[in-house]
Design a binder for this molecule. Sequence first.
Ligand code: MG
Length: 274
Amino acid sequence: MDKKKNLPLFSQCSAVVCDLDGTLYLDGVPFPDSAPFLNAVLASGRRLFYFTNNTSRSRSSYLHRLERFGFPAAEEMLITAADCTFQYLRQQQLCPEIYLIGNRELQRDFHNHGFRCLTKPEGDEGNPPRALVLGFDTELDYEKIKTGYQLLMQDIPYIATHADLLCPMNHGAFIPDAGCFIELFAAASGRRPLVMGKPSRFAAQTISDRAQSAYERIAFIGDRLYTDIRMAERFNMIGVLVLSGETSEKMAADSPDQAKIVVNGIGDLINALG
Ligand SMILES: [Mg+2]
């Protein structure tokens, strides 16, 4: 497999969107080429964005991490699956009251974007929740599972921030992610949510809106086949798979999700900016 031959395609992009974990850093340590690449993107006059599906950390905690790593970091550069969810809930007028299954960091993000996260299925002060939102809740407890189930049985609109099954931790280990919680609620209620993060059309739309760019002019760089590359290819972005994260060369070759460009790591793209 030599998809490096497609590298010249990369120079056609006007916006670059980078996944975070496995793409720009691993085990909490940035790759040496990440900051030079990100600075080169900006120096070339292109727009730069970061995209993460992980909703267990707030936007501000991600921005602090990017800064700590010495990456260019401005509020508008960061797109999370929570941002896609805010946009959808507003468009559908499923606001401001919601029932959120998410940890305190995610609750703060929703609060900062004008949502009211209710604590009871019947709502607080007579305003019932307009939607059930399921995020990566690292503080999930039985009370939330029970309330979520009760709301699902009432036919409430049901939205998940993302559907990744596993979240990477240090040294190749993983922990269960929001996709596992989706299965739990599906087993109990028979219902499945509308999913907002990568690889959905909602994520693609949020990226295109933020980048003010057509899909064909957006390069999406990531290490996960069933989210990053699936979205990039589904919407005809310039999909770039990096083999620096969870995907091996063999997994990439065997997958139905085929990126236009495959490189070993982010540093291989520096000279391809043109
Ligand atoms: Mg990743």
